[in-house]
Design a protein around this ligand. Structure first.
Ligand code: ARG
Length: 465
């Protein structure tokens, strides 16, 4: 196509260099916004008719034309052209091709600058709602598993050393909590996504008396953006979303790391379903945890997109600059990656096989009830620091003689503290230890069941909202 066929060709005397044309084009990736572009155009035209800039006949023709084009795109019949640069000009040119003169009226009081910012927000709003659905699905899967494993004892770790016994249900509810914060962050982010740039035109607004509140209402935006310069220049919403997404990915990456450890032979706490693993081409015994490994790996690209978007924006003077075209691929990839990773986890969690006996034995090995013994001594009047010292000696003896703390005799324990009585042994068992942590937020099975109940209520309310 020569320059005189481009929508902006009027002031040009030379046609665009072929390389420059493909270098500057975005239609290869921004065609993903087609549906939202058409939605925005229909709302814009409807508003133009309402303020008398378009006649009702013109509006009807434009809406029908845009809907026909939507159909062409959905059926894969739309003739995308790189010469027409981006999704916006492709659709507009097609509209004019179909409708003639009236197609050229659609762009009245509008610029691609406010158009693209609007499309992107419509797109992201929809994707946030989908992601919230996936997050809830994963949370529900965690709740179901936590319910089944509320009494399952496992070692809790600090420094990856056995620290204190916990219940597996409690551990799963920790994951649940992280996702609850992620959902709250996305809900908050959505409020700022849901502002409408349309009507800002190129940067200064337009001389037509646009009813931006009406257009915003048609598109389900909370309000039009309050400043026309900011409206076309702002990409905070994309950066903010990438930050929310990065936190979700960081959480999924931590879950992944734990699953990978737990599925390894030295732990053996869980078995991943065969359908989610692959084998090795050389070592016949191998079953590799590819899915969590990939999720852990994919967190890297999402964090990269966050940084990429920040750097993209930092040097831009107001208002719109072509740099902004570079916001789309990182944003799209962030959405796609997050959606896939959440889906992977939501599908995997219900199929995890839990090796309760391995968890229990691992908790027994690490003298995990040492703190319980110290707490017991404190209740007998021993200052905590002295109790810590005494229990240290008891652990030493247990290690030297290859026994558990609960296997030491009462006489042995009493050599350091005569106040110790036979009731101590109940506390030194793993069951006694977790049962004792019965305050709000603690690992006791009954508390875990309370937490699950509350979480279910919250989740139910959130999906209705
Ligand atoms: N393809 C452009 C983008 O993605 C659309 C806006 C172009 N505006 C302009 N004045 N060149 O940002």
């Amino acid at each position: 196509m020569s320059s005189d066929q481009k929508p902006w060709s009027g002031r040009f005397t030379e046609s665009t260099d072929a390389f420059v044309e493909s270098f500057t084009a975005s239609v290869g990736f921004d065609r993903r916004l087609a549906r939202h572009d058409i939605q925005g155009s229909i709302a814009h035209a409807t508003m133009l008719a309402r303020i008398g800039v378009l006649s009702e006949r013109e509006l009807k023709a434009l809406v029908e034309g845009l809907e026909t084009i939507r159909g062409e795109i959905e059926r894969g019949e739309f003739p995308w052209s790189v010469e027409l640069e981006d999704v916006h000009m492709n659709i507009e040119a097609r509209l004019t091709e179909r409708l003639g003169e009236v197609g050229k009226k659609l762009h009245t009081g509008r610029s691609r600058n406010d158009q693209v910012a609007t499309d992107l927000r419509l797109y992201l709003r929809e994707e946030i709602d989908r992601l919230q659905g996936e997050l809830r699905r994963l949370q529900r899967a965690l709740l179901d598993l936590a319910e089944r494993e509320a009494d399952t004892i496992m070692p809790g770790f600090t420094h990856l050393q056995v620290a204190q016994p916990i219940t597996f249900g409690h551990h799963l509810m920790a994951w649940f909590e992280m996702l609850a914060r992620d959902r709250a962050r996305l809900t908050d982010c959505r409020r700022r996504v849901n502002r409408m740039p349309l009507g800002a035109a190129a940067l200064a607004g337009t001389s037509f008396p646009l009813d931006r509140h009406y257009t915003a209402e048609l598109l389900g935006f909370e309000a039009p953006a309050a400043n026309s310069l900011d409206a076309v220049a702002d990409r905070d919403f994309a950066i903010e979303f990438a930050a929310c997404a990065s936190l979700v990915m960081m959480h999924l990456s931590r879950f992944s790391e734990e699953l990978i450890l737990w599925a390894s032979a030295p732990f053996g706490f869980v078995e991943l379903p065969d359908a989610f693993c692959t084998g090795s081409s050389i070592m016949p015994q191998k079953k590799n945890p590819d899915l969590p490994e990939l999720v852990r790996g994919k967190s890297g690209r999402v964090f990269g997109h966050l940084l990429g978007l920040l750097v993209l924006m930092k040097g831009q003077p107001l208002a719109y600059n072509k740099d902004n075209q570079e916001d789309k691929e990182p944003l799209f990839d962030t959405v796609d990656t997050l959606k896939d990773c959440l889906r992977a986890f939501a599908d995997l969690v219900p199929k995890l096989q839990v090796r309760r006996e391995a968890m229990y034995q691992a908790a027994r090995k690490g003298y995990a009830t040492a703190t319980d013994l110290a707490d017991y001594l404190v209740r007998k009047g021993v200052p905590f620091r002295d109790a810590h010292e005494i229990v240290g000696r008891a652990v030493r003896l247990a290690i030297d003689t290859g026994r558990d703390l609960a296997e030491l005799s009462l006489a042995e324990l009493r050599q350091w503290c005569p106040a110790i009585e036979a009731d101590v042994f109940e506390l030194l068992t793993l069951e006694g230890s977790v049962r004792a942590r019965a305050h709000f937020g603690g690992t006791a099975p009954d508390r875990v069941r309370d937490a699950i109940r509350q979480a279910r209520e919250q989740l139910g309310e959130d999906s209705e909202a």
